[in-house]
Design a protein around this ligand. Structure first.
Ligand SMILES: *[C@@H]1O[C@H](CO)[C@@H](O)[C@H](O)[C@H]1NC(C)=O
Ligand SMILES: *[C@@H]1O[C@H](CO)[C@@H](O)[C@H](O)[C@H]1NC(C)=O
Ligand SMILES: *[C@@H]1O[C@H](CO)[C@@H](O)[C@H](O)[C@H]1NC(C)=O
Ligand SMILES: *[C@@H]1O[C@H](CO)[C@@H](O)[C@H](O)[C@H]1NC(C)=O
Ligand SMILES: *[C@@H]1O[C@H](CO)[C@@H](O)[C@H](O)[C@H]1NC(C)=O
Length: 780
């Protein structure tokens, strides 16, 4: 037993020793400036990490950090985190983090941590650092050479981050390459201001294409320049180190490849074997064939161009052949020659573009900024709303004509033509408002569209409201008092509502500082597109909320009244049904619209919702209100000059009435006021007195007429209540009529001062002047 235990202990000891021995491991941490899946430099770096790890069976596993270009702090955090996680081979892959890498390598100089830092200068005082670099100039030179051979227009271009971010030696190398292939080349150079900004580099490439370039080189981190070329059917160049044809097939003419697997394997082995080369450098180039290569040509590239380029590639393999560094033109930008080549330090730091030379022309565009473009509302919205609204306006006008033409028809007459016309007018205003809403905002448009919509709805709803209100007053009448509610008594209410609306709108316009603003980034627009939106101050917003509350209140009251009179089921009042329906539809729409409006922040959706809702509710309302009337006129007939109480009117004196009415017309009488007033005289006139006189006649002559029956019923009940005292009744009528009349017509006073006229006469007169009726059922 003891022996067995000792045996186990021995095995354990050996195991421990083994672990100790295996502690010389390498944990790689790769710091990427961009996205690891960019199919470019970062992708290749990350792939190298993965391949090296699996090749060397590295454990603990390697780690990586991406998107470190966003801020230096992020990169610092990544380095510190790497060290905390035990990484001992840290790869600072981006040139922009060079000084940061040096800083931390200095800080952890005495720790067993090794560094691969991208840069161009050796750091002899840091033995654990290897400086990584590759000769990208010869790659750009070779691609430029290809471009010079391949261009059909004789114009080639180059897109680069530009001064401040990178030197211009890549641009210059490409130019020299193109010039070597074709001495009369035109070279266009443009800068994007960043390594990675696909939107800008795409458009910058488009600009070069517009200026004739058909082959474009670049030093960006993505393939947007190539995409711009491919989008116009041209071939791109693979300039990210990733085999372009894996992604774009034959559309990529020629690529250079980077492969950092060798680099990582080599230096990971140095860490594991503890034979790290002191202060090394890894300055690779084509001739070394250890990290950068040229890919195969696309089959779309003509063979002669392929072979010429391959010859130049072979030349470049000769380490003494470097035209991009030896062309005499380089002295023109102040570079000094140091033997066959220019001073390398100066060459790498160069920030000046080469000038035109001999037959070759250089056009330098400098930093490209995307022009900010105006984006209008979608045409479909503008055209759709305008066409539908115009059609609805046309319908409204036709309806107005029908109303005026058939004002004598019973259906029209009984629903008061002037109200019909006002409602239709309100609708037209709403439709014009919709058309304004679908236009791109201007200062004037921002104001007028709110004015139009608000006023339109106020006129429209206000009229519906008072119409139903009148029915309510007539029926919700527990004391069974007679009420004379004429049109003239309703107009002030409509006017009042409209005036309140105008007041709020004036406050809104006065305090709101309403202007149309150009905004980028609204809706799904890019930051290079703008759309006009209406803007106002805080006071303006408050006024706008007041306006909303005001309209909400009108709707609420309208709904309440509609609810109250839902029991009224008399044929003559059947207009209350479509009115109720319209009010409910609008309310319903409002309840749907407000949440959608709040939850959808895009201007176009909001505009679309407002327009569609306004159009649909108004259109439906018109159909309900007028469609039914016109349908009735078609099916039942015009019944010209009739109202349900017509029979009673034969007894009144038309001549008298006409004169009275023209006298009695107040200041509100408009151009067709006479007409309307006369109409009202006719339609509104159900004198209860007359009714009373003619009750039997009414019923017998017009048995289907509910209202007539109703009137006489009320009359009877009232009569009984007041024990048939005609005098009492007539006074009552006068007082009630006078009391409820806001307009205080002068004639009323006159009437009161006529004690000698017979009671019946008095009442009739008073009624006629008063607005002509006790129960104004006709004019509902
Ligand atoms: C430019 O040179 C190419 C050959 O290098 C030649 O084919 C072309 O005609 C020349 N164009 C002009 C405008 O001289
Ligand atoms: C890079 O090199 C390694 C080792 O030489 C190889 O396994 C790998 O396939 C290469 N990667 C690419 C993309 O060619
Ligand atoms: C390529 O690398 C080799 C070996 O490091 C070097 O001798 C040669 O000068 C380099 N060539 C160029 C053009 O950088
Ligand atoms: C390399 O180029 C030089 C001149 O640039 C030439 O003298 C030499 O013969 C070339 N070497 C090879 C191997 O081609
Ligand atoms: C290259 O130029 C830099 C800066 O102009 C200078 O300091 C350096 O001495 C030059 N190198 C050679 C080898 O002339």
């Amino acid at each position: 037993m003891k022996i067995k235990l000792f045996f186990y202990f021995l095995i354990f000891l050996i195991f421990l020793l083994k672990i100790n021995e295996a502690q010389k491991t390498c944990k790689i941490s790769v710091l990427l400036s961009g996205d690891k899946s960019d199919l470019g430099y970062n992708y290749m770096m990350n792939e190298a990490r993965v391949l090296a790890e699996s090749e060397l069976h590295l454990y603990p596993f390697s780690i990586y950090y991406e998107h470190l270009e966003e801020s230096i702090e992020e990169a610092e955090i990544a380095i510190q985190d790497s060290i905390e996680q035990g990484a001992n081979l840290i790869v600072v892959s981006s040139v922009i983090h060079n000084s940061l890498g040096i800083k931390y390598a200095t800080k952890y100089k005495d720790e067993p941590i090794y560094w691969i830092i991208r840069g161009s200068k050796l750091v002899p005082n840091l033995p654990k650092v290897v400086v990584l670099n590759f000769n990208s100039f010869e790659l750009h030179y070779l691609l430029g050479y290809y471009a010079g051979l391949a261009t059909k227009t004789g114009v080639v271009g180059f897109v680069s981050p530009g001064v401040g971010i990178n030197t211009l030696s890549c641009d210059n190398s490409f130019y020299i390459g193109a010039k070597y292939a074709r001495p009369n080349i035109t070279f266009l150079d443009i800068h994007t201001g960043s390594w990675y900004n696909p939107e800008v580099s795409y458009r910058a490439a488009q600009k070069l294409i517009d200026n004739g370039a058909d082959v474009i080189g670049m030093s960006q981190d993505d393939m947007s320049v190539q995409k711009a070329l491919m989008d116009v059917g041209k071939l791109g160049l693979g300039v990210t180190g990733y085999p372009g044809h894996y992604q774009f097939g034959s559309n990529v003419a020629y690529s250079y490849l980077t492969n950092w697997t060798n680099l990582l394997i080599t230096y990971a082995n140095h860490v594991i074997n503890e034979d790290w080369p002191i202060a090394d450098s890894f300055f690779t180039n084509l001739s070394r064939k250890d990290a950068i290569f040229m890919d195969e040509f696309s089959f779309r590239v003509p063979i002669d161009i392929q072979s010429k380029t391959k010859i130049e590639l072979k030349n470049l393999m000769n380490t003494t052949y470097a035209p991009y560094k030896s062309d005499p033109i380089l002295t023109k930008i102040g570079l000094q020659f140091n033997g066959d080549w220019v001073n390398d330090t100066q060459f790498r730091a160069n920030k000046i573009i080469l000038p035109s030379d001999g037959e070759a022309t250089v056009i330098y565009y400098g930093l490209y900024t995307i022009p900010i473009e105006f984006v209008d509302y979608p045409e479909s919205l503008k055209i759709g709303v305008t066409v539908v609204a115009a059609f609805c306006i046309f319908l409204c006008i036709v309806s107005m004509i029908i109303v005026i033409a058939f004002k004598e028809a019973k259906v029209i007459k009984s629903s008061s033509p002037i109200f019909c016309l006002l409602i239709l007018f309100g609708c037209i205003v709403i439709f014009v408002g919709c058309i304004m809403f679908a236009r791109s905002p201007t200062d004037g448009n921002c104001r007028s569209r709110v004015w139009l919509l608000s006023l339109g709805y106020t006129i429209f709803l206000g009229n519906l409201l008072v119409k139903n209100w009148r029915i309510w007053l007539l029926f919700d009448n527990p004391k069974l008092k007679k009420r004379a509610i004429t049109n003239w008594k309703l107009y002030p209410w409509v006017t009042g509502i409209v005036l309140v609306d105008i007041a709020i709108l004036s406050i809104w316009q006065g305090l709101g500082e309403i202007i149309a603003e150009s905004r980028t980034g609204v809706d799904s627009l890019s930051k290079y597109e703008y759309r006009n939106v209406c803007a106002s101050s805080d006071q303006g917003s408050i006024a706008l909320y007041m306006l909303l509350v005001f309209h909400g209140l009108i709707l609420l009251v309208a709904c309440f009244i509609s609810f109250k009179i839902k029991a009224v089921d008399i044929d003559e009042f059947n207009e209350s049904k479509p009115i109720t329906t319209s009010v409910y539809i609008i309310t319903f729409c409002l309840f749907i619209v407000i949440p959608i409006m709040v939850s959808s922040p895009t201007v176009v959706t909001q505009t679309t919702i407002i327009c569609i809702c306004a159009l649909i509710t108004t259109m439906l309302s018109i159909i309900f209100l007028f469609g039914t009337k016109f349908f009735k006129m078609l099916t039942v007939g015009l019944e010209l000059g009739q109202t349900f109480a017509t029979s009673t009117k034969s007894s009144s004196h038309p001549s008298q009435r006409t004169t009275k009415s023209s006298n009695g017309s107040n200041t509100k009488k408009s151009s067709f006021g006479n007409n309307v007033l006369n109409l009202e005289d006719d339609s509104d006139e159900i004198s209860s007195e007359k009714e009373k006189k003619l009750v039997p006649k009414t019923i017998s002559s017009n048995p289907n007429d509910h209202m007539a029956v109703f009137t006489s019923d009320e009359e009877t009940s009232k009569t009984s209540k007041f024990s048939g005292a005609t005098e009492q009744l007539s006074r009552d009528a006068i007082i009630v009529g006078g009391g409820s009349d806001d307009e205080k017509e002068e004639e009323e006073e006159e009437v009161k001062e006529k004690p000698l006229v017979s009671e019946i006469q008095t009442k009739r007169l008073s009624l006629e002047k008063n607005g002509q009726t006790e129960i104004d059922s006709n004019d509902v």
